[in-house]
Design a protein around this ligand. Structure first.
Ligand code: IPM
Ligand code: MG
Length: 360
């Protein structure tokens, strides 16, 4: 099979971790006889440096022309990077938000799995993690506060800022359906997370999710308020299967979920639209503090590449080969710094990529 992949290495640790994911993809291609055709695309700070904007129309068109996009991370240190002297709509993050919107990537899947091997890196007590856990955060990605109207104005001599959280029922319905579809292939439980005791948008969310649930009688639906969910994630993460939630809540809860799995360096993600196209990226950021040092964990990006093979190309066997290779390398005791624990072998970014590729 010929895989046409757009590659956005991005900023910070992005180039280092994407290079390792490409190394693993190349190995998969060799073993399973596929061809990966990569097109390098610029986004975020890397695009600002060349074109003055975080995402050009040409890059959007090239991304659309690919079957899938593999991405690293974007953004820099907000205190020191010149990118943050620009107005907010021209900063690196604006490129990411625009590509999500332009490609209609409304469904963000963030699987948080506690690997047996990484229990040592998990900050929770052993009695909580016993038996492991495996949840999928389904985050709505093109609505809510991220895309609502915003402005900062002076009112009666006082600076006032507005951000609006808007959802219509169609937007809620399509993400809810995705959540239930995914739950059907898992443990058949959906926890819909909202703040329906305060927000109108959440009350509509709850109503629409309940309507959708009627089409999935096999799936158990429960509603949970977002503050309670934040607590339950550290108290009893095992209870979750699919967490279905709006954009901002999903952003926050997925970082929390990643930490209870040991490290954000392990959390892959897929951002999907109604077609087979997807954008695949680690959930973590560009980590400018460790960029260029060769110590970043490439596993989240490598697992994102596995998600790409599965969702955009239906290459389940190949995806599984990557996931198995990751598990094998962890079992063999290799760790990057972020997941290091006593008695294990610490390796850098490149070595971790080599080891995973060798195990395909
Ligand atoms: C994420 C990131 C982004 C988000 C930032 C970089 C805009 O935190 O993908 O979770 O908030 O969506
Ligand atoms: Mg985030």
């Amino acid at each position: 099979m010929n895989l046409k992949i757009g590659v956005i290495k991005g900023d910070g640790i992005g180039p280092e971790i994407v290079t390792e994911a490409m190394k693993v993809l190349d190995k998969v291609s060799e073993v399973y006889e596929h061809t990966c055709n990569y097109t390098q695309l610029l986004m975020g700070g890397a695009s600002i440096d060349v074109y003055g904007v975080p995402l050009t129309d040409e890059t959007v068109a090239e991304a659309k022309a690919s079957d899938a996009v593999l991405m690293g991370s974007i953004g820099g240190d907000a205190k020191t990077s010149p990118w943050y002297q620009l107005e907010p709509s021209k900063r690196p993050e604006a490129g990411l938000l625009r590509i999500r919107k332009e490609l209609n990537l409304f469904a963000n899947l963030r699987p948080a799995i506690l690997y047996d091997e990484l229990k040592g890196a998990c900050p929770l007590k052993e009695e909580i993690t016993a038996g492991g856990f495996d949840m999928m955060i389904m985050r709505e990605l093109t609505g809510g506060l991220y895309f609502g109207e915003r402005k900062t104005v002076e009112e009666n001599g006082v600076m006032t800022a507005y951000d609006s959280l808007t959802y219509n029922e169609a937007e809620i319905r399509r993400i809810a359906k995705r959540g239930f579809d995914i739950a059907m292939k898992r443990k058949k439980k959906v926890t819909s997370v909202d703040k329906a005791n305060v927000l109108d948008s959440s009350r509509l969310w709850r109503k629409v999710v309940e309507e959708v649930a009627k089409e999935y009688p096999e799936v158990t639906l429960e509603h949970m308020l977002v503050d309670n969910c934040a607590m339950q994630l550290v108290k009893d993460p095992k209870q979750f299967d699919v967490i279905l939630t709006e954009n901002m809540f999903g952003d926050i809860l997925s970082d929390e979920a990643s930490m209870v799995t040991g490290s954000i360096g392990m959390l892959a993600s897929a951002s999907l639209n109604e077609t087979k196209f997807g954008l695949y990226e680690p959930s973590g950021g560009s980590a400018p503090d460790i960029a260029g040092k060769g110590i970043a964990n490439p596993i989240a990006t490598i697992l994102s590449a596995a998600m790409m093979l599965r969702f955009s190309f239906d290459l389940d066997k190949e995806a599984k080969a990557i996931e198995n290779a990751v598990e094998k390398v962890l079992k063999d005791g290799y760790r990057t710094m972020d997941i290091m624990s006593q008695g294990k072998t610490q390796v850098g970014t490149t070595k971790m990529g080599d080891l995973i590729a060798e195990n395909i």
